[in-house]
Design a protein around this ligand. Structure first.
Ligand code: FES
Ligand SMILES: [Fe+2]
Length: 322
């Protein structure tokens, strides 16, 4: 059987007692809750192709809105109301689904382990899950999340750019087979409103990209990680990227519950600034080839991982001013 990777497709809170339609693996699927957990089937009744997501949940099955055929979580047809003969053998294609850390994940093959959702999994944390969508490519969106050099301009005042003075930072890029990360040291404080309110002293910042479509940032202080944001990105249709973002922080340090209340609106504001610039760069690209500048340090790795290549593990060192 094909090995699969988990992709975030919804937040847990988006799926309640009604079925939910999502787009995955180039087709529409229906998600619904059963006693066994979340089920995911192709959203098309095999009888006359009605959308199962427009039906309802009855006795641990999903009922088609057209003639009421019922399907179990494995996709088998288990009831045809009014029929007194044997059920025809039919089955709707199912996908592997799992719920973890407030999100719902699907795989088109058989994953070998549960999803690694964010870097603080299993710890005592405050967590927020946000959903976003932008007109862009997956590579540009991932790069944008991990790119430090745009923050002075796109997020001027909020994330960086409050002070004219830049800090000299050392960047260590490490590559694994299907991940790459950049560790930034030397910026003891980020000059932006968000950091002034939320951050303490900074020992390092980490930007990481890993398969499939996961871009994450970590901020570390003298006592460990103080904040992390992990985005699970996925191209839904041409030119549209959907993202589920996990904002996580240890409950005991820095960003407690109150701070998370402040952080979320700031985060959403920054997200809107990014969506605006990503949309405009996408619409303005006219199919031209992008340049790789001297500060675009993870671009090649993101492109390689997205192209399905295995990277050559190794390390590289850079210096820049942030
Ligand atoms: S179309 Fe679904 S039961 Fe007929
Ligand atoms: Fe940004």
């Amino acid at each position: 059987m094909k090995i699969g990777l988990w992709h975030a497709v919804a937040r847990s809170k988006d799926l309640r007692s009604k079925p939910l339609r999502v787009f995955f693996d180039d087709q529409s699927l229906v998600l619904f809750r059963t006693k066994e957990g979340v089920a995911a089937l192709v959203d098309r009744c095999p009888h006359r192709f009605a959308e199962l997501s427009k039906g309802r949940l009855v006795e641990n099955t999903i009922e088609c809105p057209y003639h009421g055929w019922r399907f179990a979580s494995d996709g088998r047809c288990v009831d045809i109301p009014g029929s007194i003969s044997l059920l025809p053998k039919c089955r709707v294609q199912r996908y592997n689904a799992i719920e973890a850390e407030g999100g719902i994940f699907l795989a088109s093959g058989q994953p070998t382990s549960p999803p690694t959702v964010h870097p603080m999994q299993g710890q005592d944390i405050v967590m927020r899950v946000v959903k976003s969508e932008t007109r862009s490519t997956l590579i540009d969106t991932a790069e944008n999340i991990l790119d430090a050099a745009h923050t002075h301009f796109t997020h001027k005042g909020l994330l960086r750019g409050l002070s004219r003075n830049r800090c000299r930072v050392q960047v260590k890029v490490t590559r694994g087979l299907d991940w790459a990360e950049a560790v930034y040291r030397g910026e003891d404080r980020q000059h932006g409103l968000a950091s002034a309110i939320l951050d303490g002293a900074r020992t390092k910042g980490v930007g990481r990209y890993r398969r499939p479509g996961i871009a994450e940032l970590e901020y570390w202080g003298p006592h460990g990680m103080v904040l992390a944001t992990t985005f699970h990105l996925r191209k839904t249709t041409d030119g549209v990227v959907e993202g589920f973002g996990w904002l996580t922080a240890p409950r005991q340090f820095g960003l407690g519950f109150l701070k998370s209340l402040v952080f979320k609106p700031m985060f959403l504001y920054a997200l809107e600034q990014d969506r605006r610039i990503l949309r405009s760069t996408f619409d303005n690209s006219c199919g031209a080839t992008r340049m790789i500048g001297p500060l675009d340090i993870l671009r090649r790795e993101i492109e390689g991982i997205e192209a399905g290549e295995m990277l050559v593990p190794g390390e590289q060192h850079y210096e820049m001013e942030l």
